[in-house]
Design a binder for this molecule. Sequence first.
Ligand SMILES: Cc1cc2nc3c(=O)[nH]c(=O)nc-3n(C[C@H](O)[C@H](O)[C@H](O)COP(=O)(O)O)c2cc1C
Length: 167
Amino acid sequence: MEIINKRRSIRKYDNKIIEQEILEKIVRAGMQAPSAINQQPWHFFVIRDRDKLVELSKLTAYSKMLATASACILLVSDKRHVKATSMYSQDMAAATQNVLLEATYLGVGSCWIGIYGRVDRMEKIKKFMELEEFFEPFALVSLGYPENKEDLKFIDRYDVNKVTYEG
Ligand SMILES: Cc1cc2nc3c(=O)[nH]c(=O)nc-3n(C[C@H](O)[C@H](O)[C@H](O)COP(=O)(O)O)c2cc1C
């Protein structure tokens, strides 16, 4: 719960490099997510190349932070592993949340950039990343050490009106 409360979308980063070991831990966390019939339909592209990050930052009006991120992870679903077709997007969302939480735990700021469900964004990413046909873009997660520690402040979103206890 402590990490869940601490996680915030961080869009301003200092320029410190994220070590390979840290990136691997973040990806490992993604792969630990639950998935329908344990299909694990994901693949993770870890992007560190500055030029690529800058290009990706131009994808939407809401992905500008990638230009100054130290890295980003592109989560894609791998259709070769999708068996429960109605469920795989939920698997991907669970993996994305795990990535955000592990990044927070390791002191790395992150922000989920939505791709799946927006055909224009999905197509742009496919083209730019030259993805094979069986890969379908789901989300980008920008990563970098937070510039301002205050951006990590806890906001209590508990709303008693959004819960019903039965019985
Ligand atoms: C599916 C999804 C798509 C999102 N897409 C973007 C995005 O494109 N750009 C962005 O800056 N933030 C994006 N966010 C982050 C939300 O804006 C953010 O989670 C929300 O404002 C709550 O703030 P917090 O993450 O700091 O708690 C996205 C979050 C989700 C779950």
